[in-house]
Structures are given as C-alpha cells and as structure tokens.
Design a protein around this ligand. Structure first.
Ligand code: G4P
Length: 532
C-alpha cells in the first residue's frame, strides 16, 4: 500500500554506530555530521582533544570519564534522505541502555579498529543486532596506522561474527604507506592524503582498478592490493541485498575517520543500502510506517539533560503516521492525554523545536513522569509495541542516604533514575533499604554521582548479598495472581518490586534459584522482561 506518507518514510534512514570503546565511533560521528553539512566546523575532534568532550556527549560525567554515558540523537539531511543517527554508549557497563537504543534503529554501522580487530563489546552489541536481524554495515577504521592485513581482518570478522563480508572498498597499503582505497563497485581509486579539515569531493580520484600510473606511484602496496582484490573478487560472494537486510551479509569499507577518509562511501552506502523504516509489531497487530495515524514507542528516558532546566525527556521512535506539534495524543498504558507543544528534535548538540516528524524519526517529549520506558503513544488506538528489553541485573547494592532527612529526595531521585533505566531499583517486600541492580559496576558510580549532583543526596552504596534476580509471573491457567501472591508471601524475605511494580525474586546463588524453581513449578522465572 502506498500513501501520501510513503515518500517521507522512504527517505528516512535510522541507524546507530556500534563499536568497542576507542575504535573511533565519536570521530566517525563527527565526520558524518560534517559530510552531511549538519556541522560546519571541521577539526572539532581537535577541540575535543582538549576538552574530551564530543558533540554527542552531554553529561558532565561523560566529560570526566571520557566515556559516552548518554545516548544521544542526531538528525541530518544527506542527498535526498533524512538520516537519524542514534549514539550508543560504548562502555559495556551501559549495555542495557544500548540494547534499548538498538530496538529503535533499522540498521547499524559497525566500526572496527583495524589494529585490534573484533573486540568484546563489538561482539556483544552485534549479537543484539543479530537477534533482531538488523542489517550491519562495517567500517574498518585507522588504516593510517600499522594495522592487521585486510584479508586477516575480513577473515576474523566472518569467523567471529558469523557474517559473510562483502568488501565494497579495498585499502592500498596502511600506516605511513597508506595510499588510499579502491572502490570495487565504481572501479576507481580514492587517493589518501592526511588531514582533518577536508570536505567532500576534494580528494584525488583515479579511474579504473588498474591504472598505468598505479604501480609506479604506489609501488609494492599497489601490487599487494591488486593480488588481494583479485583473490577477494574470486572468493567473496556477490552482494545480495536480501542477505544484507536479513543481517547475514555485511558490506565492508576501509578508511580513516580522523582523516575524514572513506567516510563518504559509508554515508552513501547507508543511503543506498540501508532500509527505510519497516513495519513494527505490536501486541494487537503489525503497524505499517505509512499508516495515516500516528504511533510511537518510548525507548529511552533521560532526566536533567540540560542542567539549567532540570528537565526530563522521553525519546520516542515514530512508528507510523505524521507527527505535528500540538496534536492530541494518548499514552496507552495510563490512558492519559498528552498534548506535546514543546517537542524537540536533535541536531548535533543543538536541541531544536520540532514541527513535524515521520516514521523512523526520533522525537523528544519533555515531561514530568507521564512517560515511561516502553510506553506506546497513539492518537487513541489501544496499541502496545513489543520488544523493549529489560535484563535481570547481575550486580546488586543496597543504598542508604547519609543524611536521614534527605530520604525523600533519595527516593525521588532513585525513582527517576529507575524510570530512565539508568539503574534498576527494587523495593524489598520486607525491610526498608532499597536495592540497586545493574549490569555494570560503573552504573552504581554514575547513580551515586547523579544523586549527589542532580538531587543533592549523598548516598551510601553498600554491598548486598544478592547476586541473581528473576522476574516472576504466573499464568492464569496455573493460578494467576493468587498463586503469585502465595509465592510472594512465602518468599517475602527475598522478593522485591521493581520500578513498574513487577515482582522479582532475589537470591544469593544460582543453585538456590534452581531449588526455588523446582519447589514452585507453577511460577515462571524470567531473566528478561519486555515492557508490557
Ligand atoms: P570512540 O568514540 O569509539 O571511543 O573513539 P574516538 O572517536 O574517541 O577515537 C578514539 C581514538 O582513536 C582517538 O584518539 C581518535 O583520535 C583516534 N582515531 C579515530 N579515528 C582514527 C583514525 O582513523 N586514525 C587514527 N590514527 N586514529 C583515529 P585518542 O588518542 O583517544 O584521542 P586524541 O588525543 O587523538 O583525540
């Protein structure tokens, strides 16, 4: 079906960059923005050098640690497309946040450090993409350094990540002898010259994969590349769009982000190959992106993004329809009406007022707790999108406030941070000490820091004996809420409620959990819950 919304949907590309820390994600992000004209200041990475503060990092704590904690959103226009780039925290301690961001994209760009090859965090993030069949483009970065041989890298990516790699470009040399890349499709060579400040179209381009000049100019690096290209062209399968869209094949590009080299090829490939927004499953039905009525899902909440305003923004991925400022919307979970007049879109680090948005776009709705992670927003239809994951925490801490007079602020702060998904907060059935659950140690530190700086609460974060958590439910056929209540009453010393009041059982050791499971056959134990 084609509607008048279709052209708008077709021109949208929504993607995220996934990589191990230090592979060059921030640098590449800035170069992509530069190429699309979203930022004009070349060399802003240099500025970052001084401040350790990139365009996509917002929070004070990120500056301190040099880690991208918050995921941010950037929108840019390139050729006739609108590109939404969602930033993801690279540090594994924030992987939960990243998983949720990845539910909002239609494609991912994987950045590999050519010296280090496939690294642990890349592997983990890729698994999440694979689970959702997200198409992946691969950018092999830092070719201006002494790195691994391209054939070795290609082999490693195929072996470690279980995808077929189809090279779209091929490097000629590396490090000090890096001469450029061959574009295997356009059959031309883009000659490398170092420098950050170059814009698109300023590079020297030589036509043909074999040019009389190549051997004399690029010497043995060219001869090696020529042999490799021959090998790759014989051995690698042809690019198959269906295979790519299913996440089985990945087009591979070589370059040097910091030198702004090879970046445009990636941007072009995103426009040419990455899919436009697809239909999204809801519990009730599948929602097409070009349906007339608006719908969207909250995949991220962030409080106090702008310390001057102490605001809280829900990031919503538009799933269908046409969003217009001031339109009347409904939060399906609560039935509450929402009339967002000040909706923001994101362009580089500026936040701008947004007038309209289409499927694939990300909009930010400032609110005071009306919106929660996983919420579906519609024009009235009872829809609940599925697939936003919460993972059972693997680390636990008890939290207390140093000054008892600030207990209220502690609870308020933790409620907000919990609703944001920055940490999971559990209220034990027995006892009054709140428990924090995380997947990474750093999350506790960030929470302590934010409690102090955003809520004025000095929190004492203390060890907890718990090590494993499982959400518990009971099907109607097995006794439903009555059986669940019986379980909770019998296990009051180890049951707690999470931020959305879902009951959770907490234990010290995995064998203890197995014992509980066999004693309560009608209860279901979940390591992951989806927002319902
Ligand atoms: P991240 O967001 O993935 O963590 O990586 P980021 O872009 O911050 O890049 C990590 C480091 O790698 C930075 O150096 C950056 O300058 C460098 N880098 C990025 N792309 C390239 C490239 O193509 N070639 C080379 N040689 N280096 C690259 P740093 O030492 O951490 O900081 P800086 O002092 O250089 O800014």
């Amino acid at each position: 079906m084609s509607t008048e919304l279709s052209p708008q949907v077709r021109r949208r590309r929504t993607f995220a960059i996934i990589s191990h820390p230090d592979a060059g994600k921030t640098t590449l992000t800035e170069k992509l923005l530069l190429f699309s004209g979203a930022i004009q200041i070349a060399g802003s990475v240099k500025a970052r050098k001084a401040s350790r503060h990139a365009t996509s990092d917002w929070m004070e704590i990120e500056k301190q640690r040099g880690i991208s904690v918050a995921s941010s959103v950037m929108q840019m226009e390139y050729r006739d497309c609108v590109i939404n780039l969602l930033d993801t925290p690279g540090h594994q301690d924030f992987s939960e946040d990243t998983y949720r961001v990845l539910t909002a994209v239609d494609a991912a760009l994987m950045v590999i450090d050519a010296a280090n090859g496939v690294e642990p965090q890349t592997r983990r993030l890729l698994q999440v993409c694979r689970a959702r069949n997200t198409p992946i483009l691969t950018f092999v970065n830092k070719m201006d350094r002494e790195v691994q041989e391209p054939l070795t890298l290609m082999d490693e990516i195929e072996r470690e990540l279980g995808m077929t790699v189809v090279p779209f470009t091929w490097p000629v040399g590396m490090g000090k002898q890096f001469h450029g890349v061959m574009d295997l499709r356009k059959e031309q060579m883009r000659v490398f010259s170092p420098g950050e400040d170059r814009a698109a179209g300023e590079e020297e381009v030589l036509q043909g994969l074999n040019h009389p000049e190549y051997a004399s100019r690029f010497g043995m690096q060219y001869e090696q590349a020529e042999g490799e290209i021959e090998l790759v062209r014989d051995a690698a399968p042809a690019f198959d769009k269906e295979q790519f869209l299913a996440g089985h094949q990945t087009p591979m590009f070589f370059g040097s982000a910091v030198n702004n080299f090879g970046v445009q090829e990636v941007l072009d490939a995103l426009v040419d190959l990455a899919p436009s927004p697809a239909a999204r499953p809801a519990m009730q039905r599948v929602v097409e992106p070009d349906e007339a009525k608006f719908s969207g899902v909250v995949f991220k909440i962030q409080a106090n993004m702008d310390p001057a305003h102490r605001d809280r923004i829900a990031f919503l991925r538009v799933a269908s329809g046409h969003f217009e400022r001031g339109m009347r919307l409904k939060v399906v979970r609560s039935g509450k009406e929402l009339r967002p007049n000040s909706v923001v879109s994101f362009l580089s680090q500026r936040r701008e007022l947004l007038d309209e948005a289409f499927a694939g776009d990300i909009i930010g709705i400032p609110n005071h707790g009306v919106l929660q992670l996983g919420d579906t927003i519609t024009e009235g239809e009872q829809l609940q999108f599925t697939g936003l994951p919460f993972f059972a925490p693997e680390m636990f801490r008890a939290v207390e406030v140093a000054d008892p007079l600030r207990t209220k602020q502690l609870r308020a702060g933790l409620t907000q941070l919990g609703e944001e998904g920055a940490i999971q907060v559990f209220r034990p059935v027995a006892g009054s000490v709140l428990l924090l659950g995380a997947v990474g140690q750093l999350q506790f530190e960030v929470v302590a820091h934010r409690l102090e700086h955003e809520y004025g609460v000095k929190a004492r974060i203390m060890p907890s004996r718990f090590q494993v958590a499982r959400w518990v439910t009971c099907d109607e056929a097995d006794g439903g809420d009555r059986e669940l209540k019986r379980f909770i009453d019998a296990n009051a010393h180890r049951v707690a409620y999470d931020a959305v009041d879902a009951p959770t059982v907490l234990v010290e050791y995995a064998p203890e959990l197995r014992a509980i499971e066999s004693n309560w056959p009608k209860i279901k134990f979940h390591a992951m819950r989806e927002h319902a």
